[in-house]
Design a protein around this ligand. Sequence first.
Ligand SMILES: [Zn+2]
Length: 400
Amino acid sequence: MASTRDDAAAISADLTELRRAIHREPEIGLDLPKTQVKVLGALAGLPLEITCGEALTSVTAVLRGSRPGATVLLRGDMDALPVTEHTRLPYASQIGGTMHACGHDLHTAMLAGAARLLSQRQAELAGNVIFMFQPGEEGCGGAEKMIAEGVLDAAGKRPVAAYGLHVVSSLVPAGVCTSRPGTMMAAADTIEVTVRGRGGHAAQPHHAADPIPVACELVTALQTMVTRQFDVFDPVVLTVGLFQGGTASNVIPDEAYFAATVRTFSAVARADVKVAALRLVRDISAAHGLSARAEWTAGYPVTVNDPGETAFAQQTVTGLFGAGSFTPALNPLTGAEDFSFVLEQVPGAFIMLGACPAGSDPATAPFNHSADAVFDDGVLADGAALYAELALLRLAAAAA
Ligand SMILES: [Zn+2]
């Protein structure tokens, strides 16, 4: 029997065509009707149970093997970004201000390819595979919404493992995978603070309650909090990216406002920084006789890879593509990812796949989210083979 990799190579042209069609017509957010149609077209005729989302244009497909067994989930996200493409590729975005700058078009094509490869092997499969085609990764929490609509139970029982692939346009050479056990990506939360004082004449501050110096003190105190209250080996990044207050140099305003993004790498640090930041805002404002309203908005949780599943994924990668095709990631990435919601409930691994184009240096090529980011189609067949092989081998291991 031909290898998964050979079978994937045989459908490489179809995957390239699908990927480029999606790339030309990118869609943003939870509502991706044209992308959904393309996915349904690619899956047509395969022996799959297909369900479309209600709150979002997701596609959940279940493949049942010829024999009963465990369930494995494979996830690919499908949404684009509000970026104007600068690549001048022949298949560049035809929609102004919208671009597949994070390579999710490749994930969609690779996952559709895996559905085809595994359907060809339905007779040898013991168990089920859930294919999770997800909209709204970029800030909309599409994974959480698909979980609410039942994707984890789509095959009738919970998956024993879940895997997500993500292409990167730099970082590692094309075809090389990287991941790490434990924390893979950061949590990203937001704190917004409004310091309430009492406005007045800038020449008579003793008759007013000036919110500006208090807000300034809060910004520096939050940085001191990060360095004094948190373990340097379980880091916190807190950046005030927005600071507003006042209308004129000779007027004390009623309020000052700032907002910060907060990145953490463990559930403990994430919970602790929320408590500490809110306490500090409240108490420093009170120390000056002012009050403050602080709003904490939870974003994506920490993406945590299961150590056993990560080791299994690494073995699968090197088994398929040879020694040297996997580079352990020394550090987590400071970006956030909503596959974290799946990994909170199912042990699994999130794996980066290099897609840096030939002739570019992975150390300097424009990274994901750049208007100049280019993702090489050449990795599509390998990505599809990897998805398929992860499911095949994991189901075989569960049956053994
Ligand atoms: Zn992405």
